[in-house]
Design a protein around this ligand. Structure first.
Ligand code: PMP
Length: 407
């Protein structure tokens, strides 16, 4: 990547020029949330300065304008993930709400005693707890795809889990702990041979490479705006039309109704059936701007840039004696989870932080995975296209310092 391109990109993100503890901030917590470019921040300001209004229910100028902008975002998202129809795009608060929506609606309609749902041991709590709880409620059984040594899914192990009782597979596209990029297209194809629908948790995927939900043939695909340079509180549930038609509404209230009588209610058409209440219009404006920004850079360029950083960081971190990386699958996204000898991740994280480097420590909302790996947590550095090799050098220096102080 050229230096001039990188400095131009970095100048789009005001927070990247912040200092912490008197040192320039190195932000390696992108898997938790990405920073926002000024184009996104400006889009939100513009919305409030020029267009703010509640949508869908008004005939006046502002309401029409805000509605158009909101619906325009829906079709931009449709195009971004290559969905067939705009009404297959449901706005939610984020990945967590998208998965809860499906677990609740699908569970109530299609899960009964003795049925089975398959997830993997690497799932984030967002794609774990909703299924666990729904299975408990419906007296169904949750099954777990095991992992290989390098943190890839055990595909033969997955095939063995499928039975005539399997009702759904819910799987992460990319692990937020191990970085593993799962072969979701192949898994979906296997599940479909048995007539089983598949939900993909795309929270860690959409910002890092191009996603085509039709090519994947995913039945449901979930993601969050804030992990793709957009604001918090906005996200997406993509669902194939026929599934969304079949599922009952998730929340009740305004907007999701067609007619309400004293005795009963009829529901709105897609996508509104799943969008009860006043939506996050400013979030949609920010998400639209973020997608425009990502497209200007190009998803291929982003992927190449992040893979280069991943290779560089892996090589340099492995040069530190006693450092162990968790997740060494051949296809990995740009994040590295590691431990330093016997040092507790929190202790190391505190020292790395004091060196101005933001990494995340702990179980990363994947406690079952930590139990499976028999570790208390990890230190995780996650990279975005605006990060540099010089910043990776600062991480390596900070990790060496932590080792020197704590061992
Ligand atoms: N799934 C994965 C793989 C994630 O990394 C995250 C966020 N860390 C989530 C789901 C949940 O996303 P959100 O908190 O934005 O709903």
């Amino acid at each position: 990547m050229s230096n001039s391109w990188q400095s131009k990109v970095r100048s789009d993100f005001p927070i990247l020029s912040t200092k912490v503890y008197n040192r320039p901030l190195v932000y390696f917590d992108n898997a938790a949330t990405t920073q926002k470019p000024k184009q996104v921040i400006q889009a939100i300001t513009d919305y409030y300065e020029k267009e703010n209004c509640n949508i869908h229910r008004g005939v006046h100028y502002l309401s029409v304008k805000a509605t158009e902008a909101y619906e325009d975002t829906r079709s931009v998202i449709r195009d971004f993930i290559h969905a067939r129809h705009s009404h297959e795009i449901i706005f939610t608060r984020g990945t967590t709400e998208s998965i809860n929506l499906v677990a609740d609606s699908f569970g109530k309609k299609f899960l009964s005693e003795g049925d089975e749902v398959i997830i993997s041991v690497m799932e984030h709590h967002s794609n774990f707890v909703p299924w666990q709880q729904m299975c408990l409620e419906r007296k169904a059984t949750l099954r777990f795809i095991p992992l290989l040594e390098d943190g890839s899914l055990d595909i033969p192990g997955f095939c063995e889990l499928i039975t005539e009782k399997t009702r759904l597979v819910a799987l992460t596209h990319i692990s937020n702990v191990l970085g593993t990029i799962n072969p979701v297209k192949e898994i979906i194809a296997v599940a479909h041979q048995h007539g089983i629908p598949v939900l993909i948790d795309g929270a860690q995927a959409v910002a890092h490479s191009a996603v085509d939900v039709q090519e994947l043939d995913a039945d449901f695909y979930c993601f969050s705006g804030h992990k793709m340079y957009a604001p918090m509180g906005i996200g997406v549930l993509y669902g194939k039309e026929h599934w969304l038609e079949e599922l009952p509404p998730y929340q009740m209230g305004g907007e999701m109704i067609r007619d309400v009588y004293f005795t009963h209610t009829t529901f709105n058409e897609l996508p509104f059936k799943f969008e009860a209440g006043t939506p996050n219009v400013e979030g949609a404006m920010g998400l639209h701007a973020a997608i425009r920004y990502l497209r200007e850079i190009g998803m291929d360029r982003i992927e190449a840039c992040e893979q280069e950083l991943l290779d560089y960081a892996t090589r340099h971190l492995l040069g530190i004696g006693g450092l162990k990386i968790f997740g060494t699958a051949p296809h990995k996204a740009s994040l590295i989870s590691f431990l330093l000898d016997t040092i507790h991740p929190y202790d190391a994280g505190m020292i790395i932080d004091k060196m101005g480097v933001a990494v995340r420590t702990g179980h990363h909302c994947a406690m079952p995975l930590m139990e499976y790996l028999k570790i208390p947590g990890t230190i995780r550095a996650s990279f975005a296209f605006y990060n540099t090799k010089e910043e990776v050098d600062r991480l390596v220096e900070a990790v060496e310092k932590a080792k020197e102080m704590l061992l």
